[in-house]
Ligand binder design. Structure first.
Ligand code: PLP
Length: 462
């Protein structure tokens, strides 16, 4: 039995998979400020037209340009590994496999889309990308991609992370990106916030507003904005993960997995692994597919399905999704990448259909799982990834109790070597668990009632 299955470069998938082609009920359209569906040209100041075409495409397969593959070969195809030591430790008959996305230079799955987005922007004649970042994983991935493709990159980093988490900021600077704390005095949005509250720790919502403003106000029209998750084209670029995994499981002599697991912040690493298998489920396969989130930010498990803005400043189109409300202020849990108020519309529609079974975990249980992982498989996982690991352990124990040889596949979305302060807090007993109280949930989602209603439509097959 092989502990890791490595594909040759020549075996890399040549096309991305687009779930929009196969969803039994199509996505609700994004809406503009007037409540009417937006048109592609309304997005043109923010994104290049080639990516807007991918955003609205319902083609099942989309070719991956050769030059993008050329850069991805730096770490792809990523290994599929079997967690044999964790299996032994848990005395489970389950076969546990994982895609190791921590191999990329920035250390997570995020460069899969960063490279693709930078390439399409360059192809369209764009010279500079702007974005926001919280803990810095997305900012460092985009900085990396822009550097390799010769684009300028400017990252608005949430003030408190800029001050408290210097290492990812330094990575961005090594890759030549300009990283400024947000709110900054370089945009109207930033100056306005600074005037009202000079000592604000900042937020992702403010940083998004600043990054979009900087892109759309470039007089030469050579700057665009880039988003690291949530949108259809971002999830599309990540499906290379699941398509590789399919080939690798076949080489390992497995049929389709019984259970697929990924942590979900905006939904991109989960969707990247799961969507090619969601197609099998739509076609009749019996697969349990679980996206996992924190109890402190329970978007998929407790929030309403509604139209909402993607950012706090209400500048983006309205998206139909599970949402805690654009004004949601997440409690300071350490999994910085899992604190977004919304969730990818494609993931949400698959939940509405009953194709996915979302779950939420407390952070102490996740760090315990991360230590079990480090003590068996050796690697130190990202705090986000620990949510997937906790789910895997629960499902493997269940397989033992039921005496079933289940095949479990999960996405190891990144390493935690830049996030050791979270481990430090856990080891010194300083982490507390937090469930979002019902009153808080109601408070943050109250505004949604004034927005257009999102219908829940489903085929009733699952
Ligand atoms: C950003 C991040 C996530 C969460 O983002 P998704 O879009 O939901 O994948 C999860 N894991 C790691 C390691 C990340 O960097």
């Amino acid at each position: 039995m092989e502990q890791k299955i490595i594909l040759k470069e020549s075996d890399i998938p040549r096309q991305w998979y687009n779930l929009s082609a196969d969803l039994p009920t199509p996505l609700l359209p994004p809406l503009g400020p007037d409540g009417k569906p937006i048109t592609p040209d309304m997005l043109a100041p923010v994104f290049p037209m080639n990516l807007i075409e991918q955003e609205v495409s319902t083609e099942r397969w989309i070719d991956i340009p050769q030059e993008i593959l050329g850069i991805l070969y730096g770490w792809r195809p990523s290994p599929l590994k079997r967690a044999v030591y964790l299996e032994k430790h848990l005395k489970t008959p389950a076969h546990i496999y994982y895609k190791d996305e921590s191999y990329s230079p920035p250390g997570s799955h995020k460069p899969n889309t960063a490279v693709a987005q930078a390439w399409y922007n360059k192809e369209f004649g764009i010279e500079k990308l702007t974005t926001e970042t919280g803990a810095g994983q997305w900012g460092s991935a985009l900085a990396f991609a822009c550097k390799l493709l010769g684009l300028k990159c400017k990252v608005f980093m949430v003030r408190i992370s800029y001050d408290q988490k210097p290492f990812r900021k330094i990575m961005m600077q090594v890759w030549d990106a300009e990283c400024v704390p947000s709110p900054s005095n370089q945009t109207n949005a930033g100056r306005k916030v600074l005037q009202e509250s000079p000592d604000t720790p900042g937020s992702l919502g403010i940083a998004i507003s600043e990054a979009i403003e900087e892109a759309v106000t470039d007089k030469n029209g050579k700057t665009r904005y880039s988003l690291g998750s949530v949108l259809n084209h971002v999830l599309l670029h990540q499906t290379i993960i699941g398509l590789e995994a399919k080939k690798q499981l076949e080489i390992a002599g497995e049929k389709l997995p019984d259970i697929i697991i990924g942590c979900a912040g905006g939904g991109s690493n989960f969707a990247g692994l799961a969507f090619p298998f969601v197609l099998d489920k739509i076609n009749g396969a019996d697969i349990k597919i679980i996206p996992t989130e924190p109890e402190a930010c329970p978007t998929m498990t407790r929030a309403p399905f509604a139209y909402d803005f993607g950012d706090t400043a209400c500048t983006t189109p309205l998206l139909a999704m599970y949402t805690l409300g654009h004004a949601f202020v997440p409690p300071p849990i350490h999994a910085g990448g899992l604190r977004y108020h919304g969730m990818a519309p494609l993931v949400c529609q698959a939940i509405v259909e009953g194709l996915l079974e979302p779950r939420a975990y407390h952070q102490n249980k996740c760090y315990e799982a991360a230590l079990t992982w480090a003590g068996t498989e050796g690697a130190i996982c990202a705090p986000e990834t620990s949510h997937a690991v906790a789910t895997v352990i629960d499902e493997a124990v269940k397989a033992r109790e039921e005496g079933k040889e289940k095949v479990i596949l999960f996405n190891y979305s990144g390493h935690g070597l830049m996030d050791l302060t979270g481990y430090d807090a856990f080891l010194s007993g300083k982490l507390t668990d937090y469930s979002l109280p019902d009153e808080e949930l109601e408070k943050f989602t109250a505004d949604l009632k004034a927005l257009p209603k999102a219908q829940t439509r489903k085929s009733g097959k699952w």
